[in-house]
Design a protein around this ligand. Structure first.
Ligand SMILES: *Cc1c(COP(=O)(O)O)cnc(C)c1O
Length: 408
């Protein structure tokens, strides 16, 4: 038997079935018209933002990193809840504009921004988090050509990283950001060339569960931003401090101690270095905001036994849930939180392997998991599906097509 990850708070049974947003899984599938289906819960999104507002100092804004879940309904729901939006492509810009988000609230990071993407951002007034001197030069030239001063922040490649981070994006040679020692010269250059100086972006990593690691990274970010700002000599209108708050996916994972992170940040913010005294501050969060708000529902289409092992074969799989299958940046495959949605809360009676419908042994949703007995037609739920699910999985692989998505 292998354990499954911890099921996030706020999911209950109604009539023996998993309910999301007060609706039974079977009713949600009927509403969507098919499985597989991602269900995103407004109540969970609201609750998570409220927890952050309570824990973090008032001075620190919350940005949503759209790449975690670019579903239009989710972006639209987040629009009045958070302060800013971080995008990583002109496609994501289009989605934000489509739901009516003011481009002045948007910043655009990511290496390899094309000229047409830079132009779209400059024309609409989005802040560019410039990733290199070359990109800054292209942005300045495009601004000249279209007669609009680009709003420029510089993404810093710091020399430290967020410890215990699932995905390292700072420290040493990186495609992301400008090496910290080169930032002041570049900043003075873009300011002298007439851009609107927007400040610094320092992202140190992702999926950290340790409050200590987050607290240490935030302290380092504030110190580095202050030093760079002093060196530039122009103030820092806005400091995007990065995020990296993780969510528990696997057995033994514990949630981030948000109260402790917020208290430590509160102390720092109350005693900011002079260089940052007037700076607007924000964190940028993706999975922490939306990950636990999503559930993936997939139907059992076959139940079979092979050499004594029971397989529940579902109509979903890694083409929607690459991360849950263990093929998105993990070294050792472990079980995501999962359950038989049709018998939610029932005692486990057997050990099963839950697999997807793709013709590859990589397509596994739960290995050797203890579950109540499920038959053909029953629904399986995979939790923590609100981030890096639908949009971060190879939905064209094997031709089954994308999953349905609804917001409840
Ligand atoms: C991916 C990314 C995020 C979001 O990361 P999460 O782990 O989902 O919080 C935030 N900022 C930047 C720059 C990113 O690349």
């Amino acid at each position: 038997m292998k354990p499954v990850g911890p099921i996030p708070a706020g999911y209950e049974a109604i009539g023996g079935e998993l309910a999301i947003g007060g609706k039974r899984a079977s009713a949600l599938v009927a509403e969507a018209g098919r499985t597989p289906l991602f269900v995103y819960s407004r109540a969970h999104l609201d609750a998570r933002v409220a927890q952050l507002r309570t824990a973090l100092p008032k001075r620190v804004g919350i940005n949503y990193a759209v790449k975690a879940n670019p579903h239009l309904g989710v972006i639209g729901h987040m629009a009045p809840l958070v302060d800013g939006f971080d995008i990583a492509s002109s496609g994501e810009l289009g989605l934000c504009v489509a739901v009516g988000i003011d481009p002045a609230r948007i910043s655009f990071a990511g290496p390899g921004k094309r000229d047409d993407e830079l132009e779209a951002a400059i024309a609409t007034g989005v802040t560019l988090n410039c990733e290199s001197a070359g990109e800054a030069a292209r942005a300045l030239a495009i601004g000249q050509r279209i007669g609009k001063a680009p709003r420029i922040a510089i993404r810093v490649n710091p020399s430290f990283e967020l410890k215990g981070s699932g995905m390292k994006m700072g420290g040493g040679a990186k495609p992301f950001g400008v090496d910290a020692d080169k930032v002041p010269d570049l900043a003075r250059h873009v300011i002298a060339e007439g851009s609107e100086w927007r400040g610094l972006h320092i992202f140190t990593g992702s999926q950290a569960l340790s409050a200590d690691a987050i607290i240490e990274a935030q302290a380092n970010v504030l110190e580095l931003a202050a030093n760079i700002t002093e060196d530039i000599g122009h103030g820092c209108p806005k400091l995007n401090m990065g995020g990296g708050f993780g969510i528990p996916y696997f057995p033994g994972d514990a949630p981030v101690d948000l109260a402790r992170v917020g208290a430590a940040l509160g102390k720092r913010v109350a005693n900011l270095p002079q260089a940052l005294a007037d700076s607007e501050l924000c964190v940028e969060l993706g999975r922490y905001l939306v990950g636990e708000a999503g559930v993936y529902l997939t139907r059992v289409i076959d139940r079979k036994e092979s050499h004594g092992t029971i397989y529940l074969v579902t109509d979903g799989g890694l083409h929607h849930q690459l991360a849950a299958s263990g093929n998105f940046g993990t070294v050792v495959r472990r079980n995501y939180p999962s359950a038989i949605a049709s018998h939610y809360g029932a005692e486990p009676t057997e050990e099963v392997n839950i697999v997807g419908c793709l013709c590859t042994p990589l397509d596994r949703l739960a290995d050797a998991a203890a579950m109540p007995r499920a038959e053909v037609g029953d629904l399986v739920a995979v939790f923590c599906a609100g981030a890096y699910g639908a949009s971060a999985s190879p939905s064209a692989f094997l031709g089954h097509g994308p999953a349905a998505e609804i917001l409840v």
